[in-house]
Ligand binder design. Structure first.
Ligand code: DQA
Length: 141
């Protein structure tokens, strides 16, 4: 099985960006950890990060008919990108929404996610463990 691990705007700054909220590990640290956690099952993880909405949309569209599922942390796109929502809805594979921080206990604008309805599940506030929970969910489907 091929699972996509997609991260949106500013997640390339993990480790340097507000470490009290997002932790001290880099995105690469998290991806390496995640790969290690799932490798025994023989599934392939494919990692993608972009600061550009359109690049994320192009990437997901290119995975139709190829990937078996996706985990996405869309960063701030979560809260307003109807374009990303439409893309997720159009996909022929399930998508799980992940947030490192607990978006329901932060600023009011973060509480709304416009993609939750088109995702299998939202996992929020569990740090990097949220990505693993999401992959495990996809593996169990
Ligand atoms: C985030 C939460 C978003 O509100 C924020 O814009 C991010 C990261 C998280 O992982 O907690 O960039 O998705």
């Amino acid at each position: 099985m091929i699972f996509l691990i997609v991260n949106g705007p500013n997640l390339n700054l993990l480790g340097k960006r507000e470490p009290e909220i997002y932790g001290t590990e880099s995105l690469n640290d998290i991806n390496v950890w995640l790969q290690f956690q799932v490798q025994s099952k023989g599934d392939k993880l494919q990692f993608f990060q972009s600061n550009h909405e359109g690049a994320i949309i192009d990437y997901l569209q290119g995975q139709m008919g190829v990937a078996d599922g996706a985990v996405i942390n869309p960063g701030a796109l979560t809260h307003y990108s109807y374009a990303l929502r439409d893309t997720i809805q159009a996909m022929d594979f399930p998508v799980v929404e992940v947030h490192l921080s607990d978006i329901h206990n932060r600023e009011p604008f973060r509480r709304e996610s416009v993609i939750t309805e088109v995702c299998v599940k939202q996992i929020s506030g569990k740090g990097k463990a949220g990505y693993l929970e999401a992959v495990n969910l996809l593996q169990g489907r």
